[in-house]
Design a protein around this ligand. Structure first.
Ligand code: UD1
Length: 345
């Protein structure tokens, strides 16, 4: 059975991907020091799959500690690297924290990939690498623009590091550019657990609907879009997780060396913030209170994916639309707050 290391395995996308990999028959280990996640996510994964995942609570910024994972698991056939900081605003305030954490951990992993000859590497990238695009939808050929935040820069640098790294080794890599991951596992046993006040739209919607935070503020209603609010491409976290399994399968099937390819992962549909609110209202049967606020610095006006490459290369298709995304996010938020999940505090 192929053994895969998932870094950031107790994070939001990592945990859903572990579930998918286990369900597809992979043997997995996780590396997550819980700096931005919750160890009980492992119990949530076990509740869904019936399988225990071994996690190394390793700081991947230490090469010595990272190497220990590989010493214990010299038979790794692939790595999916999620572990990274991802708060855009925080990265603007503390750029060095982002450069050190996101880049150093990647470099340490690549040292070990080279040393232990791990053949396949999947990198968590982001549509943020496109900046404010000249035209939408964006394809993988759309030119990258200067990053709008240090977080975005770490994704651009990560992509470039991998492009050069594969040229010098036998490893092949896929760079998966996520649009806006949202929603939760349909079991409502695992989902998004933002630290502090949620910055992302969907947890802000579900938390404000339950009164955990104040009424939602829509950041900007004066954009030249169809209703004045920003356009994004929301992709269900389980659809995203499935794409990672398919990415590994593609790397295994083609078994190339020196290959590094970027693939967009988005639903292909642009949804405004106000449309997302309406989708939530439909899915939950509730009316959501919201207020119009100023534009959020650093926000791009409109972006969504051309996802034809994900379909042609990975055989991937989105199974969930925005209403289904909202329904699963809402189910998770309620069960979590009601103390009905192993993660509930
Ligand atoms: C951004 C990045 C994405 C990154 C993510 C990490 C871009 C295009 N996207 O997503 O790559 O992975 O951060 O966090 O750079 N909104 C509100 N009220 C709120 C929260 C959000 O109106 O309380 C609006 C935002 O202004 C935006 C939309 O909802 O228009 C989505 O925001 P968010 O969920 O934060 O994601 P992005 O900023 O698109």
């Amino acid at each position: 059975m192929k053994k895969i290391l998932v870094t950031g395995g107790t994070g939001y996308i990592g945990s859903h991907t572990l579930v998918d990999l286990l369900e597809q028959g992979y043997n997995v280990i996780s590396a997550d020091n819980y700096s931005r996640s919750d160890a009980r996510m492992l119990q949530g994964i076990e509740t869904i799959t019936g399988k225990k995942v071994k996690n190394y609570a390793t700081d991947l910024c230490s090469l010595t500690d990272t190497r220990k994972i590989f010493e214990e698991n010299p038979d790794l056939s692939g790595i999916i690297h999620f572990a990274a900081y991802k708060a855009v605003g925080e990265s603007v305030e503390q750029p060095l924290l982002y450069f050190e954490n996101n880049i150093q951990s990647l470099l340490n992993l690549l040292h070990c990939v080279q040393e232990y000859k791990v053949p396949y590497f999947v990198f968590s990238s982001s549509c943020t690498v496109y900046g404010e695009p000249e035209s939408i939808p964006v394809t993988e050929e759309t030119p990258l623009r200067p990053a709008a935040s240090p977080y975005g820069l770490t994704k651009q640098i990560g992509e470039q590091l991998l492009q050069d790294f594969v040229k010098a080794t036998d490893c092949s890599a896929l760079l998966l550019r996520y649009f806006n991951p949202a929603g939760a596992h349909p079991s409502a046993q695992i989902g998004e657990l933002p630290i502090g006040k949620p910055q992302n739209l969907v947890p802000a919607i579900t938390q404000s609907a339950l009164g955990v935070i104040d009424a939602l503020t829509v950041h900007g209603t004066d954009y030249p879009t169809r209703d004045g609010s920003c356009v994004r491409d929301y992709i269900h976290v389980c659809d995203l997780a499935r794409a990672h399994t398919q990415a590994l399968q593609l790397l295994e099937k083609e078994n190339k060396t020196h290959a590094c390819e970027a693939i967009n992962l988005g639903s292909g549909t642009g949804v405004t913030v106000l449309e997302a609110i309406r989708a939530f209202e439909k899915a939950s049967g509730r009316t959501l209170e919201w207020t119009a606020g100023p534009r959020r610095p650093g926000d791009v006006m409109a972006i969504y994916a051309n996802n034809e490459k994900a379909t042609s290369r990975l055989g991937w298709r989105a199974a969930y639309d925005v209403e289904a995304i909202m329904a699963t996010a809402w189910a998770w938020e309620q069960r979590y707050r009601n103390g009905e999940t192993v993660l509930s505090r």
